[in-house]
Design a protein around this ligand. Structure first.
Ligand SMILES: Cc1cc2nc3c(=O)[nH]c(=O)nc-3n(C[C@H](O)[C@H](O)[C@H](O)COP(=O)(O)OP(=O)(O)OC[C@H]3O[C@@H](n4cnc5c(N)ncnc54)[C@H](O)[C@@H]3O)c2cc1C
Length: 173
């Protein structure tokens, strides 16, 4: 059997997530808030979950969580700059994971090789849960019918990088 060799465009970028305590604010009605600083946050049980990836951190398989110093240096100043009600935030706990980030921070979805029936959906760059329904529906159509119908994911094909094209979502940082 001949292996299909594909270029890897994707890099692992550590995303650290802090659980913080703030009795004065309840984001239950607001879903997930993505701040222009790059920090995102939402209610998490009785606490708030806030995540961030410093843009100057090099890619790599780093799974360690930097703990309270990360909260104090990266999360708290950005949340306090957005809302004075965040002044008395307290660090509770946290963890780290890897975003699978493509060159334009958008997913790679479609036929991996136009001559073969091999399909791919990955490199969601931090939005794989939110985009899973659309990606699954699009690929199901492509596999079953040979073309997109419900969602047209043509723009997300890996071929865009060979053409030096990018698909950027302006609010996604
Ligand atoms: C800290 C953090 C916070 C995030 N927050 C959000 C969020 O709020 N909203 C959102 O939409 N997305 C979020 N994401 C991104 C989201 O989790 C991913 O985009 C999504 O999980 C990708 O799904 P996937 O199925 O493509 O890959 P994965 O979830 O990585 O699943 C791939 C699976 O394949 C398995 N696997 C790998 N290699 C092999 C192999 N050779 N053989 C067999 N099995 C294998 C792996 O073990 C894994 O279970 C976050 C990610 C991180 C790290």
């Amino acid at each position: 059997m001949k292996l299909l060799k594909l270029r890897n465009w994707t890099q692992p970028i550590r995303r650290q997530v802090c659980i913080v305590d703030n009795r004065e604010t309840n984001f239950a009605n607001y879903g997930m808030i993505v701040d222009t600083s790059g920090v995102y946050f939402h209610n998490e049980g009785p606490h708030i979950l806030a995540g961030y990836s410093p843009p100057d951190e090099p890619p790599g398989y780093h799974f360690n969580y930097d703990g309270e110093p990360f909260f104090l240096n990266e999360i708290w100043p950005r949340m306090y700059a957005r809302m004075s009600a965040m002044e008395r935030l307290r660090h509770v706990t946290g963890w780290a994971g890897l975003y699978e980030v493509s060159p334009d921070r958008s997913a790679i979805v479609g036929r991996a090789d136009p001559t073969k029936r091999i399909y791919e959906a990955h490199s969601f760059s931090g939005r794989g849960v939110m985009q899973s329904y659309g990606a699954g529906q699009a690929l199901a159509d492509l596999i079953a019918n040979g073309k997109y119908s419900t969602f047209d994911a043509t723009a997300l094909s890996r071929a865009r990088f060979d053409r030096n094209e990018q698909v950027r979502e302006e609010l996604h940082i």
